[in-house]
Ligand binder design. Structure first.
Ligand SMILES: [Zn+2]
Ligand SMILES: [Zn+2]
Length: 160
């Protein structure tokens, strides 16, 4: 019983701190910095606050919609910039409009309150986006594209 309580204490303190932070900070960005860590997202080398700022910016609905619209106008489809995966091609109408948006600006250069340009965003499939954030030193879109090319070449060379 005591052990259970003792183990719960740091979590309780974190919850209190998160709630206090969200209530005391007036900007929506600051609000997004509170809460639990996301599963599958490795904290950037630069730390938790900037990791959350990055994730907040790449999931903002207005920004995501603007980036998708821009890509549709320019290329006529939504596809992963690292592996060319196209959800609509792979899943038909059920895949329409599905793509992740990744913020490419180096995390240490993010400043609270600054605006994001569409050119700083990359479209990625969920797999490539997950790979980018899966290591403490986040990979770049170019690095993941290079990794995919390498394994694809390998697959062709050694078919199962
Ligand atoms: Zn991909
Ligand atoms: Zn991202």
């Amino acid at each position: 019983m005591w052990d259970e309580f003792a183990n719960a204490q740091p979590k309780l303190a974190a919850v209190v701190a998160a709630i206090r932070g969200a209530v005391e900070c007036p900007t929506p960005e600051a609000h997004a910095l509170a809460g639990d860590d996301e599963p599958g997202i490795e904290e950037a080398e630069e730390g938790k606050v900037l990791t959350r700022l990055h994730r907040y910016r790449e999931r903002r609905r207005t920004l995501v919609e603007a980036k998708k619209k821009d890509a549709l106008q320019k290329q006529g489809c939504l596809q992963c910039e690292a592996c060319d995966f196209n959800f609509a091609k792979a899943y038909g109408p059920a895949g329409d409009g599905i793509i992740d948006v990744h913020h490419t600006k180096p995390v240490h250069t993010l400043r609270p309150g600054e605006t994001t340009k569409l050119s700083e965003l990359a479209l990625l499939c969920a797999n490539c986006h997950r790979v980018i954030h899966s290591k403490r030193k986040w990979l770049s879109v170019e690095q993941v594209r290079a990794l995919r090319k390498k394994t694809q070449a390998h697959e062709t060379q050694y078919p199962i």
